[in-house]
Ligand binder design. Structure first.
Ligand SMILES: [Zn+2]
Ligand SMILES: [Zn+2]
Length: 221
């Protein structure tokens, strides 16, 4: 509720709260940033299976047209980044390989669809601290996904991610499909204290190291 203590979160080394997970419901009263602000933009997104179990939400991002031109990072930024508009032909495992040099600093990645961007997806990334996030931004923003790719990686700092209520279209797919505590590839637990967990658009979670070994383009689940 308070509007006075918003600026110190970026500087402290404390563990950031996990805004990437739908389970942490965002208190609307915490939102100090109006979504129509001139330094931020809001994008609707979804993940999961439309028609069965779909997660919908809104990501609020610092606009990159302002901050990349001034080469100044948003003052109130947090260790959360969004890689916007990744071409669909870049598979999740390709994306893991792309950011492999930072993988030990990436706690979690979540792939989502943005409304109206059917041939692209976006990746919400939670890093272990602000320095890692800043380094990730400086290293990858504007970088080509590969030497054969025209597309460059577009990195934006996340202001907030707000999840709408889970839209359940069928009652038989209950909570079990929501959070998979085991990696379907290696069958080890997906410990949240561990880094490098990737959640695909179909809402299945893996170790990045495991999905990297998966050469098939379809989901292993
Ligand atoms: Zn695994
Ligand atoms: Zn899947």
């Amino acid at each position: 509720m308070s509007t006075t203590s918003t600026s110190d979160s970026a500087a402290t080394g404390s563990t950031p709260e996990d805004v990437l997970r739908p389970s942490t419901a965002v208190d609307p009263g915490d939102m100090s940033e109006p979504s129509g602000s001139d330094v931020t933009q809001s994008l609707a997104f979804s993940s999961g299976n439309p028609g069965i179990l779909e997660t919908r939400g809104v990501m609020i991002l610092y606009r990159d047209d302002i901050f990349s031109s001034t080469s100044q990072l948003p003052v109130d930024r947090k260790p959360y980044l969004c890689v916007l508009a990744v071409p669909n032909h870049l598979k999740p495992q390709n994306f893991c390989q792309f950011c492999d040099s930072f993988i030990q600093h990436i706690l979690e990645m979540r792939l989502v669809r943005n409304d109206g961007m059917g041939d692209q997806y976006s990746v919400l990334i939670r890093l272990d601290n602000q320095n890692s996030a800043d380094d990730f931004y400086k290293h990858f923003n504007g970088r080509r996904f590969s030497s054969q790719e025209e597309e460059v990686c577009r990195v934006l700092f996340i202001v907030d991610v707000q999840y709408a209520a889970l839209i359940e279209h069928a009652q038989f797919s209950s909570a079990s499909s929501m959070e998979e505590p085991y990696c379907p590839v290696c069958l080890e637990r997906l410990d949240q204290d561990m880094s490098g967990i990737l959640t695909t658009i179909c809402n299945h979670s893996f170790h990045c190291s495991c999905i990297s070994k998966w050469t098939d383009s379809s989901c292993p689940v």
